[in-house]
Design a protein around this ligand. Sequence first.
Ligand code: SF4
Length: 162
Amino acid sequence: MTVEITEGAKISIGFDGQRCIHARRCVTGEPSVFRANVEGPWIDADGATADEILTVALNCPSGAITVRRKDGGNEEHAPKTNKILVRENGPLAVNAEVIIDGHGEMLRATLCRCGLSQNKPFCDNSHIKGGFTATGEPASKDSKLAISELVGPVTIAPQPNG
Ligand code: SF4
């Protein structure tokens, strides 16, 4: 895993290109920070306020973007409830305090659902080239869990052909 770090005065931004699924939430969310189609460095960590950059990071589904505050402001925290979103024709998007065997702890991740990723368990967008089609609407089922039970650390143990 290679994370590029861009330092700003109030925040540093990490970008892991292998985890990015090109959802473009960054370049559309703060184009003055995440600059599309430029030569050379494309992230300017002083291009918006630290809070604005944090908001973009929280919207990055893959966890490719992470931030570390230098100004004592808000940091990313575990969500109030754990969530896994099934993306139509694409990966599972996890937002939880998750521990993935062999990859440590993280709060956001997109996990391969088509089986074609060369970076498993993470999505690498191979589903697009592979023409993977699958609904984003899983069958609903009754849950007896209270909201208060939908929090806390989750361990994911990736399985071959899982
Ligand atoms: S996955 Fe994250 S880093 Fe990649 S384009 Fe989307 S928002 Fe940007």
